[in-house]
Design a protein around this ligand. Structure first.
Ligand code: NAD
Length: 485
């Protein structure tokens, strides 16, 4: 069984067997690791290590030197590629090809991207001319300080590096609290940071839970200057309260209840494949995932039948096996939650097109948190599955006849993260994009990310935007210097 330690001040803290919690494989329920849970004193040690590192050799690096270090981290991830793939598969149970093609390469790409971006940043300058004198204003960007990075379990390495890379590129230091359920890749990254020569204390990892544990100790620590958080909207509310003490800044990427709109003129096969990915990738555990699909009436039945046929092709299995395309949910607890929606959907009048329960698995996988991918139709307008984030492999299909009416249905949620629109009509696509209240709209695509663009949620799906120069707004303070000429 693995043991996972906290990484503080450039070293792994000696493992304390009396302060651990177990983690369990989502694939078969076997115990796979014990994790050293950081107490308040260890969290304080991590934050103070990060605070001290702000004024050490890290501050004295030139921007090109800092970028070189981040590129060395990216190279280190690529050198240890298989280790990161194994670690992420062990934690999440998701198939190897998803790790190899998407999630682990994105971790390295995040460091390369921000290393490049910060090399060529302009700053703003204004000349002021008045009747009583002239002045020159220019802006300087300075790191914000110690950034608390709190991460979820659904794409742990991608989402963590998405925060750590820009934070470090801007000269901050970080204390990362990975999800208690997926601590491996953040821990492994400590080895890469050390090998790359990142100064001690710049990158720290603490393990534990939220309330009464490492998460809450971190967010309430007065030396944490800002908090970036990805997770549930309710957790964001708790973190925002903690951040109010000391008026610390927050950047939040939160939950969603996302729609796809499929028009009758769409390329049907592409729309089916796109909606399939958006609803079922990562067993539906993607914040951007589609849970509501509106299909224009003339193609409704054809779309439903093709999507159901596609869903029935998924291949369950161990993530390590090359032909596996579909993994388990993260935990039994999460499966209970998703299954409660499966039950409510039927009780509230929805029709199950495919799935709806737990698959029969071979004996060696029977202890895993497996669940069938599920499609419903015919749920009444007030059904829970149409309003609450399920975060599982399921979607509801409804026919539509009128564009304005469907926009109202898409927007009828307190969330506002993402949407996709499938149509060949340019003007219809742009009209939908303008009218849907979300942070990102994909036209004839889904999860096609350009790291230069703004990413974040509207309404209760988040606060702020990250990506490209938008990340710099959060990870730096802008200081204006005004010189009377
Ligand atoms: P979660 O909110 O339960 O936990 C996220 C992290 O917060 C964990 O590390 C947890 O230990 C920590 N935490 C919990 N309570 C805390 C507290 N009071 N103080 C400090 N830390 C605390 O989320 P999850 O279940 O791990 O992830 C799933 C959620 O994440 C979904 O709602 C999903 O939509 C959302 N998500 C959003 C995005 C996005 O980009 N918008 C991306 C991925 C996931």
């Amino acid at each position: 069984m693995d043991t996972l330690s906290n990484f503080i001040g450039g070293r792994y803290v000696p493992f304390d067997p009396d302060a651990t919690y177990p983690i369990v494989s989502p694939v078969d329920g076997a115990f796979t690791a014990r994790v050293h849970e950081a107490d308040e004193a260890l969290v304080d040690e991590a934050v103070m290590a990060a605070h001290r590192a702000l004024t050490g050799p890290w501050r004295d690096l030139t921007q090109p030197q800092r970028s070189d270090l981040l590129n060395a981290v990216a190279a280190g991830i690529s050198e240890r590629f298989d280790d990161f793939v194994e670690a992420e598969m062990a934690d999440t149970g998701q198939p190897r090809h998803v790790m190899e093609k998407a999630f682990v390469p994105r971790g390295a790409a995040n460091f390369e991207f921000f290393a490049d971006l910060v090399k060529n940043l302009p700053t703003e300058t204004f000349e002021l001319r008045t009747s009583h004198g002239d002045a020159l204003n220019y802006a300087l960007r300075r790191p914000k300080g110690v950034i608390g990075v709190i991460c979820p379990w659904n794409a742990p390495f991608l989402l963590m590096t998405w925060k750590v890379a820009p934070a470090l590129a801007c000269g901050n230091t970080v204390v990362v609290k990975p999800s208690e359920q997926t601590p491996r890749t953040a821990t492994l990254l400590g080895e890469v940071m050390r090998a790359a020569g990142v100064p001690d204390g710049v990158y720290n990892v603490i393990h534990g839970f939220g309330p009464g544990s490492a998460g809450a100790f971190l967010t309430s620590h007065p030396r944490v200057d800002a908090i970036t958080f990805t997770g549930e909207t309710t957790t964001g509310t708790a973190i925002m309260k903690a951040a109010a003490e000391g008026v610390r800044d927050v950047s939040f990427e939160l939950g969603g209840k996302n729609s796809a709109v499929v028009c009758a003129d769409a390329d049907l096969d592409k729309a089916v494949e796109g909606v399939f990915r958006s609803a079922f990738l990562n067993t539906g555990q993607v914040c951007l995932g589609t849970e509501k699909v509106f299909v224009e009436r003339p193609i409704f039945e054809a779309f439903r039948d093709k999507l159901a046929a596609r869903v029935q092709q998924v291949r369950y299995g161990r993530p390590t096996e090359r032909d596996t395309t579909y993994g388990p949910l993260i935990s039994q607890e999460h499966r209970d939650k998703v299954l409660s929606y499966y039950a409510q959907a039927v009780a509230q009048g929805a029709t199950v097109v495919t799935g709806g329960g737990v698959p029969d698995m071979p004996a060696d996988l029977a202890g895993g948190s497996w669940i069938q991918p599920t499609i419903w139709t015919g749920a009444p307008p007030d059904a829970a599955i149409l309003h609450e984030e399920i975060f599982g492999p399921c979607c509801h299909l409804a026919p539509f006849d009128d564009d304005d009416a469907v926009v109202r249905l898409v927007n009828a949620t307190p969330y506002g993260l993402a949407a996709s629109v499938w149509t060949q009509s340019l003007s219809r696509a742009h009209r939908f994009a303008a009218a849907i209240d979300v942070g990102v709209v994909w036209i004839n695509s889904w999860f096609l990310r350009d790291l230069r663009t703004a990413f974040g949620g509207a309404k209760q799906s988040g606060i702020g935007r990250e990506g490209g120069v938008h990340s710099l707004e959060f990870y730096t303070e802008t200081k204006n210097v005004c010189v009377q000429l």
